[in-house]
Design a protein around this ligand. Structure first.
Ligand SMILES: NC(=O)c1ccc[n+]([C@@H]2O[C@H](COP(=O)([O-])OP(=O)(O)OC[C@H]3O[C@@H](n4cnc5c(N)ncnc54)[C@H](O)[C@@H]3O)[C@@H](O)[C@H]2O)c1
Length: 255
């Protein structure tokens, strides 16, 4: 119960890493406002958590690339709980393509969903954290923030942007009690992973095996393994960690 009575916002919490992290934060005692662009999946996620006895969670349908939606999510958290202690900027999106193949509107969409959302959520959560002199913000970047990947130009650029935003925010806010970190995941078994396999035109099982071979630990990751790191970074156990890009990648970036 390291997060007893903490108030958290998780973006993109209806599935994958966001959902597993919401569950972990709830299990550690936090209350969570979960938002996602996928309204039905978000409602379903809250119902499945409630069925496990995890009821301190509310869902708000929102597109976190839009300022008015972001402010609505934060207003919902403040009006229910009075503050936000933890922000997990997790919502993200992947589309393949080398630079010459990426349509301009696809570039804009990737930047908006993956990077502008992180800026907007942070921008509107930080003032309350500054007032109280405490908070923990965790961005879900990717190994694509530190190691280039083929046919993923827009995604790599957006995640690289998150990496540098993490450091800039840590310099600005750590002296005032807000820690800012990013996690850099290797391949994790989620619906995004399944879609990524399809986009590359590779059967899921073959893609899983191919990627397992690229991770020194010999397999791809599980969502629970990512959620555990986010919960740690959100907690006081990580009180001396800020401005860090933490690999959660089975050794992928070690080589
Ligand atoms: N799965 C991986 O291998 C992997 C690796 C590295 C980084 N990541 C990052 O982890 C994060 C979560 O991905 P995941 O693998 O759990 O995928 P996922 O597709 O299971 O979850 C992403 C969630 O974000 C939501 N979302 C998308 N656009 C949104 C928007 N505009 N507003 C609000 N919600 C939105 C989706 O509806 C979905 O529920 C992403 O940022 C992704 O880039 C994933």
């Amino acid at each position: 119960m390291r997060l007893k009575d903490r108030i958290a916002i998780v973006t993109g919490g209806a599935s994958g890493i966001g959902l597993a992290t919401t569950q972990r934060l709830l299990e550690e005692g936090a209350s969570v406002v979960l938002c996602d662009i996928a309204a039905r999946e978000g409602e379903r996620a809250v119902a499945s958590l409630a069925a496990q006895g995890l009821t301190r969670v509310a869902f708000v349908a929102a597109d976190v690339s839009r300022s008015e939606d972001v402010r609505r999510v934060i207003d919902a958290a403040i009006s229910s709980h009075g503050r936000v202690d933890i922000l997990f900027n997790n919502a993200g999106y992947f589309e393949t393509g080398a630079v010459h193949e990426v349509p301009e509107d696809e570039w804009e969409r990737t930047m908006a969903v993956n990077l502008r959302s992180v800026f907007l959520c942070s921008k509107y959560v930080v003032p309350g954290m500054l007032e109280r002199g405490s908070g923990s913000i965790i961005h879900n970047a990717s190994i694509a923030a530190v190691v280039g990947d083929r046919s993923s130009a827009a995604y790599c650029a957006s995640k690289g942007g998150i990496g540098m935003l993490t450091k800039a925010m840590a310099l600005d806010y750590s002296p005032r009690g807000i820690r800012v970190n990013a996690i850099c995941c290797g391949e994790i078994e989620t619906p995004l992973f399944v879609r990524e396999a399809a986009q590359h035109g590779i059967p899921t099982a073959e893609f899983r095996k191919m990627l397992a071979d690229q991770h020194p630990i010999g397999r791809i990751g599980r969502v629970e393994e990512v959620a555990a790191v986010v919960a740690f970074l959100a907690s006081d156990d990580a009180s001396f960690i800020t401005g860090a890009l933490i690999p959660v990648d089975g050794g992928y970036s070690a080589g």
